[in-house]
Design a protein. Structure first.
Length: 256
C-alpha cells in the first residue's frame, strides 16, 4: 500500500496538467492555397512605321515630274528659295512640305504592285478634302481666319485647290481679271447675271467677286465683306449713303 499513494499522486498530477498541454499546443498551419495564375498580358500592337521622306528631296521628284506645269512652282511664292517660309526655303521640305512624305512613293516597286501615292491636290484627288486643306492650313490658317471652318465653302467640302493653283506662275483666283472665271466653275448662274446690260463690270475685269464677298467665310449674310448689303455697296457708292431729305425707307434698309 505504501507504493499506491505515490502512484495516485502521479495520476492526479498528470490529469491536472493535461489542460495546460492542450492550451500550449499550436494549431498546425493550414496548407497554403495555390495562388491564382496572373492573367496573360496581351502584347501591344506594333506601332505603324513612321513615314519616310525621299533621299534627295525635290531632286528625287524632278527625275519624273519635270514638266512645265510642275516646274512653274519656281515662278511663284511657294518655290521661292529666298523666303524662309516657303516650302523651298532653307531647311524646308520642298515638295514634301505640301505633298507629304514621299519615301514610299519614290522607292522601287515590284512588277504588278501599285506605287504608293502622295497627297495630290485637285477636285478628283483620292486624298480627302480634309487632308488636302489640312496641309494648306498648316501655313495659311492665320491668314485664312477662323471663319473658314464655319463658312459655306468648308461646309460643302470645297478644297483649297478647287480655287487656288500653287504651281501656277500667277494664281488666277488672285487676279481681278481672271478671278470670276474660277468662281464660275461652281457659281454658274452668276455668270449669266453678269452678262446683262446693266451689271457690275466683272466681265470687263474691273471688279472681282472678292471685292464684295469673302470666300474664306464671314458671319455676314451672303459672305459679304461688310455686315450688311448697304454697307458693302457704300464701299464704292459712297454718294448713295446719304442722309437724304426724302429717304426711301426700303432702300435705306436694302438697296438691292
Amino acid at each position: 500500500m505504501k507504493h499506491s499513494i505515490p502512484l495516485v499522486c502521479r495520476l492526479l498530477a498528470l490529469v491536472a496538467l493535461s489542460p495546460a498541454f492542450a492550451i500550449g499546443q499550436e494549431a498546425a498551419p493550414a496548407a497554403a492555397k495555390p495562388e491564382a495564375a496572373a492573367p496573360a498580358v496581351a502584347a501591344a500592337p506594333a506601332a505603324p512605321a513612321a513615314p519616310t521622306y525621299s533621299k534627295k528631296g525635290a531632286d528625287t521628284c524632278f527625275t519624273c515630274h519635270d514638266d512645265e506645269v510642275t516646274l512653274a512652282v519656281f515662278h511663284g511664292k511657294h518655290g521661292n528659295p529666298n523666303d524662309p517660309r516657303s516650302p523651298f526655303g532653307k531647311g524646308q521640305l520642298q515638295c514634301e512640305a505640301c505633298h507629304g512624305p514621299a519615301g514610299d512613293h519614290t522607292k522601287r516597286v515590284k512588277k504588278g504592285e501599285t506605287r504608293p501615292s502622295v497627297i495630290r491636290y485637285s477636285r478628283d484627288s483620292a486624298a480627302p478634302v480634309s487632308v488636302q486643306n489640312g496641309m494648306c492650313l498648316k501655313c495659311h490658317e492665320q491668314s485664312t481666319g477662323s471663319a473658314w471652318h464655319s463658312g459655306p465653302h468648308a461646309s460643302n467640302d470645297v478644297s483649297c485647290a478647287s480655287c487656288h493653283d500653287s504651281h501656277a506662275r500667277k494664281d488666277a483666283v488672285l487676279s481681278t481679271r481672271t478671278q470670276a472665271d474660277v468662281c464660275y466653275t461652281c457659281h454658274v448662274a452668276e455668270r449669266g447675271q453678269f452678262q446683262k446690260m446693266y451689271a457690275h463690270p466683272v466681265r470687263q475685269g474691273q471688279l472681282a467677286c472678292s471685292d464684295c464677298h469673302v470666300p474664306h467665310g464671314t458671319t455676314a449674310d451672303k459672305q459679304l465683306v461688310k455686315a450688311t448689303l448697304n454697307q458693302t455697296c457704300y464701299e464704292c457708292h459712297a454718294d448713295k449713303r446719304g442722309p437724304f431729305l426724302w429717304e426711301h425707307a426700303p432702300v435705306a434698309e436694302d438697296c438691292s
